[in-house]
Write a new protein. Structure first.
Length: 432
């Protein structure tokens, strides 16, 4: 993104300057406007592949085929959605958790506080869910039957929330990093940190709803398989166990989210609202949905290799992120048993040259991608649909690395060039 310039608000009730930016990401207004329709359409299409076409790609041949891709909401799905959202809101409000400060806000506006109760809330949510399933009060196969209507309801909720967020941003008269272009701002958002006191909407929807609902479905889908077939398949166990490791890890290190681009930099608009309410829970569990639609087996040796691959990815991902986190707290702390090599910068925050950060500039992405690929491989080679996660995630992280590179170049100037000379690889040591 080009660096923003501050201009006065055109007609506002607020004296804060508006940060006006060019509408230049995702192909500008036309690109963002198209993505507003394309992203939900992709999600409905992928759902139809697993729910209506045995997990295979298909081509609509008539208008009826297209209409069938968009399930009509049901009362039962609305009740499940409403109960889940209500539980999450209540847990966010009452669950215990440390209050921590986020990163410094732009334009010297201080820092915001956040309550870190995601792990507690997730544990309670899963306990409630397992209790309902075990008691027979709720059947996993009912939730699976309602996945289509739930997808429609979640999409409508994301659209409604985005209109409301857009209106909120305008009403406050403090359009944070707005371009002034309506379709672009609707997609990218007009408000950075919408919140009621400690209840931060972007953080809540990313953590409790996005990650939490993904985790809940990673439990529900294997139970549905158990209900249907009386047994749990090896691929299903491998995918859900590996994903749950990733999700629990996220909640254990929930405060790391506060230093991520989504929270620090991105406004809360349709792109993120849809990502948290729809994209993450539905598309990240395509592997399990595929396994339900098209049961497959996995030899024990292949399952073992996939689990090892996932664990290797996890160790790289977690260790790299921890090394940076510890380094930011105490730049003298040993890395891999040795005093760290450090590049001092004019900006004041040093750059780590040891450990994973000396091998490539984003080995944490390498770990993430390794895990992602392992989850897809567990589904075998019968369809490209369960590979959607890696096919979407790899370009996303490649783009993210380039965006972060540009941000760091802006932040560190010549010092960043010096770091790039010392650590020439972007993501994969000695290769890329
Ligand atoms: P990173 O955690 O990679 O952080 C990038 C920042 O780290 C830079 O802007 C810079 O900020 C600092 N930094 C860069 N190099 C160094 C260095 N050598 N020494 C010290 N600090 C350095 O960014 P992300 O937020 O993109 O990723 C966090 C994790 O989240 C990753 O593991 C990623 O894989 C994962 N992720 C997962 C997604 C998903 O959908 N599952 C989506 C996106 C990310 P500064 O110098 O200002 O501190």
């Amino acid at each position: 993104m080009s660096s923003p310039t501050s201009i006065a608000p055109a007609s506002t009730t607020d004296t804060e300057p508006v940060e006006r930016v060019p509408a230049d990401h995702f192909g500008g207004p036309w690109g963002a406007g198209s993505l507003t329709f394309l992203v939900p359409a992709i999600t409905f299409y992928l759902w139809s592949c697993v729910a209506q076409h045995d997990g295979q790609l298909w081509l609509p041949r008539s208008l009826d085929d297209v209409i069938a891709m968009f399930p009509v909401p049901t009362v039962r799905a609305a009740a499940i959605f409403g109960a889940w959202m209500a539980l999450q809101v209540v847990l966010q409000l009452v669950a215990p958790g440390k209050v921590v400060e986020g990163a410094p806000l732009p334009r010297g506006q201080g820092r915001l506080s956040y309550r870190m109760n995601g792990l507690f809330a997730f544990a309670v949510s899963i306990a409630v869910l397992v209790g309902l399933l075990a008691s027979g009060f709720l059947r996993a196969s009912v939730i699976v039957e309602e996945l289509g209507p739930l997808l429609t309801i979640s999409t409508l909720a994301a659209v409604a929330q985005s209109f409301w967020l857009y209106a909120w941003g305008r009403q406050r008269g403090k359009l944070e990093r707005s371009s002034g272009n309506v379709p672009y701002d609707f997609f990218m958002g007009t408000v950075l940190n919408p919140r009621f006191g400690l209840f931060d909407l972007k953080f809540f929807f990313e953590s409790h709803i996005g990650m939490g609902t993904w985790g809940a479905l990673a439990v529900v889908l294997p139970v549905a398989e158990l209900e249907r077939t009386g047994t749990l398949s090896l691929p299903m166990i491998v995918v859900s166990a590996c994903q749950l490791l990733y999700i629990v890890d996220f909640f254990v290190f929930e405060s790391n989210l506060l230093s991520m681009l989504d929270i620090i930099y991105e406004n809360y608009g349709f792109m993120l609202a849809h990502a948290f309410l729809v994209w993450m829970p539905f598309n990240f569990t395509l592997q399990q949905q595929y396994l339900l639609a098209s049961p497959s087996s996995l030899p024990a040796w292949a399952a073992a290799l996939i689990v090892v691959m996932n664990l290797v990815g996890y160790v790289i991902f977690r260790d790299a992120n921890l090394q940076k986190q510890r380094f930011r707290k105490d730049p003298t702390k040993n890395v891999w048993g040795k005093p760290p090599k450090v590049l001092e910068t004019k900006r004041g925050t040093a750059l780590l040259l040891s450990g994973w950060w000396g091998l490539a500039r984003h080995t944490n992405y390498l770990g993430d991608l390794t895990m992602a690929l392992s989850w897809c491989l567990a589904c075998g080679f019968g369809s490209v649909v369960p590979y959607f996660y890696i096919l979407y995630f790899a370009p996303l992280l490649l783009d993210r690395e380039r965006r972060d590179h540009k941000l760091c170049k802006d932040k560190y100037g010549a010092d960043w060039d010096a770091y790039c000379k010392l650590v020439p690889y972007r993501i994969v040591p000695w290769i890329y």
